[in-house]
Design a protein around this ligand. Structure first.
Ligand code: 13P
Ligand code: SF4
Length: 360
């Protein structure tokens, strides 16, 4: 199957449109939303469940996760939190690989998701069979994959990493003289290669959201807001990263907004993060990094269409009915767990940076 999202026909077939998402879940009024939230609170207790949400999801889900003892975080912390929490059901509001990661690490727990079709362009663009052939062609290399991949791709890897720990893991492997096969995000891979000098070969995937940030437009925006620092996720193109004051995972970018003295920030990642950034750094201003060039109809389309599929309605539905449960084939799960556990053990041993990296 052709999964190349650079192809407009494939893209139109595979990427959900906002209108489709809204049609699917309806748009409740304020009263209906309040009673739905109340019902979800009851269901979380009834089902012995905890909500684990990503920063890119709807603020209503983020608020609910925090108010009910769940967590809102980046993909590494989501994995850690779900692994350590005693609840017997994890409800993962995010994209498919995040739910699968929770199940791989916690086979004894039930893992539900508000929306099973919420995937990721990096996952789509790295089919397990093609990836296995790529690995077979380079048996001398240590296989390191980004967490934004299917369980089967993780099972083929030696290590799984997220953006908050990728640099440290590759530095560690490089120091041991290992050569790396990296997949699937080309921008993150090249960034790690530049930073560490490691010997790496790459898969050519990309995130359809971050790939859209435009350096030329960013340069113009920075001229309009010279007081603003630039925060960028490493899935963004190289020329955008070159302009960034902080490069890091979503959590590291939020910490950057807290730590730097600037009063304003241009943010090159999904705009869902603004909810948490505004709370974490009150009084500071956050500006969306530009995606479209001159003449484009959308000046910043930076919102992941799959993250947007997570709604309160979907959350209530999965808790009420037990639908949308994540299952992972047991042989795949056991292999994938080993490469995920390597990352978690490395993090536990102190290998993860608190802050993102900075351009000089
Ligand atoms: P983080 O782990 O930095 O939250 O990234 C996940 C992701 O999908 C970014 O697009
Ligand atoms: Fe995947 Fe990009 Fe969406 Fe993150 S923002 S889940 S990398 S498509």
């Amino acid at each position: 199957m052709n999964t190349n999202l650079d192809d407009p026909v494939v893209r139109a077939r595979m990427v959900p449109r906002t209108a489709d998402v809204q049609r699917r879940h309806g748009d409740a009024g304020a009263d209906a939303e309040a009673s739905r939230v109340a019902r979800i609170r009851e269901l979380l207790v009834r089902e012995d469940a905890v909500l684990v949400a990503h920063y890119y999801t709807d603020p209503a889900l983020q608020v609910l996760a925090e108010e009910t003892g769940g967590c809102v975080s980046d993909s590494l912390e989501m994995a850690r939190f779900g692994n350590e929490h005693p609840a017997s059901t994890l409800v993962v509001a995010g994209v498919r690989f995040m739910g699968e990661t929770a199940k791989i690490l916690n086979p004894e727990k039930r893992v539900l998701m508000p929306e099973l079709e919420a995937t990721c362009s990096l996952d789509i663009g790295c089919p397990a069979d093609e990836f296995a052939r790529f690995c077979d062609e380079h048996p001398e290399r240590t296989v390191v994959v980004y967490a934004n991949t299917s369980a089967a791709v993780k099972a083929r890897a030696d290590w799984v990493v997220t953006s908050s720990i990728a640099l440290e893991v590759i530095e560690h492997l490089d120091a041991q003289g290992e050569k790396i096969l990296w997949a699937p995000d080309r921008h993150l891979g090249r960034y790690i290669e530049r930073e560490t000098g490691a010997d790496m070969i790459h898969w050519h995937g990309s995130c359809i959201v971050h790939d859209e940030f435009r350096a030329q437009e960013l340069r113009r925006l920075r001229a309009v807001h010279p007081e603003a620092a630039v925060l960028a996720h490493p899935e963004s193109p190289e020329e955008v990263l070159e302009m960034a004051d902080v490069i890091g995972s979503t959590t590291q970018l939020i910490r950057g907004a807290q730590r730097l003295d600037n009063e304003a920030f241009i943010v090159a990642t999904d705009r869902g993060i603004f909810h948490k950034m505004r709370h974490a750094a009150p009084g500071k201003r956050f500006i969306e990094a530009p995606t479209g060039g001159a003449g484009a109809t959308c000046r910043s389309c930076a919102h992941c269409p799959w993250m947007a599929m997570n709604t309160l309605a979907g959350l209530e539905y999965c808790l009420e009915t037990g639908a949308n449960e994540i299952h992972v084939d047991e042989d795949i799960r056991v292999d994938a767990m080993q490469s995920l556990n390597r990352m978690l053990e490395f993090a536990r041993a102190g290998g993860v940076r608190v802050h993102g990296t900075a351009n000089a």
